[in-house]
Design a protein around this ligand. Sequence first.
Ligand SMILES: Nc1ncnc2c1ncn2[C@@H]1O[C@H](COP(=O)(O)OP(=O)(O)OP(=O)(O)O)[C@@H](O)[C@H]1O
Length: 352
Amino acid sequence: RGWTSLQAAERRVRSFSGSARVSPVYGPAESQQVVFADVCPLLTSLLDWYNVCILAYGQTGCGKSYTMLGPLSKDKRGDLGIVPRAAGELFRLISENPSRSLKVDVSIVEVYNDDILDLLANERRPAVSGPPWEAPMTKATKREVSPPVRSAEDFVALAAGSLRFRARRATRVHAGSSRSHLIITATVTAAPAGGSPGKWPCTPGQGHRGEMGRPAGGRASPGSPGAQQVREQVHAKLQLVDLAGSECAGVSGVTGAALRETSFINRSLAALADVLGALAEHRDHIPFRNSQLTRVLQDVLGGDAKLLVILCVSPCRKHVAETLQVLGFGAQARHVQRGPAGGGGAAARKPR
Ligand SMILES: Nc1ncnc2c1ncn2[C@@H]1O[C@H](COP(=O)(O)OP(=O)(O)OP(=O)(O)O)[C@@H](O)[C@H]1O
């Protein structure tokens, strides 16, 4: 227990960020409900047509998947993570205004060894039938286009089904370590005025499903210059990201294929930090293209998207070096100031 109190930890986060804003710090026993309460307002921003990203970052075994998805065991439903709760909130908000004709398309991919693999693809083999690094090798382009998702239950079922195919492996540090970055994307599209869901100008797979390298969000509020856009077509993207954990190969004891995975994980996390650094410094060139991870996240890292980074850190003193590195990443994310939306910020969470 490196910190004497959560208040001290909060001060620590504040001093790292150099900002007057205080990041909430959640202790190991904090409920998922409390964490989600701080995340929830971003869902409203999504329906104001901001692109939104909620991203969990941290050392391996520190609770990223727990925070984003919940416990893997089915008997702990009360501990649902951010993904199922966000799905529920999204469809609740949509149902509040039935006159707005909105559709939700969902894609779920993992970035594994710098390859993008579609976890909703039809051709795939579950990880349990072979070594994890051989399981999800279907390329994103091979998938049949799925129909829009119509309820939170459908959304959650898609996510739960896809998780069976995510690459995992036991390491010395974590018995169920994720070996890939998981990216769940929900694209919300508004029908043009007078249109019906059957008359969408954008059908799934034709240009608004989060392809890399193109701006995705259109944003307008009634009466704003962009309101005309609403009458035509608007879409915004929610990306829920469970990153693979940063890892020291010597500590996790990986060799062979697992070591190769570690190397890709650490390189892609470094590429993400480089992008945030370049954005924070307002550099002309932002190196989005240096990794598949940053390519996939380009729309929600650049532009005026709202980005919330959840830092998962260990409460153990022996991991203090990794914890400081993770807090440094959060501080860097905080310095990214983009368009009028402003950044979402960073929060820190400690696992049990
Ligand atoms: N706040 C918490 N409350 C209860 N259990 C937790 C909490 N945080 C993490 N855990 C448990 O700790 C273990 C590791 O957590 P998790 O799998 O989320 O780590 P991770 O950061 O995603 O790891 P990796 O990067 O290696 O995939 C899991 O068994 C998880 O259920």
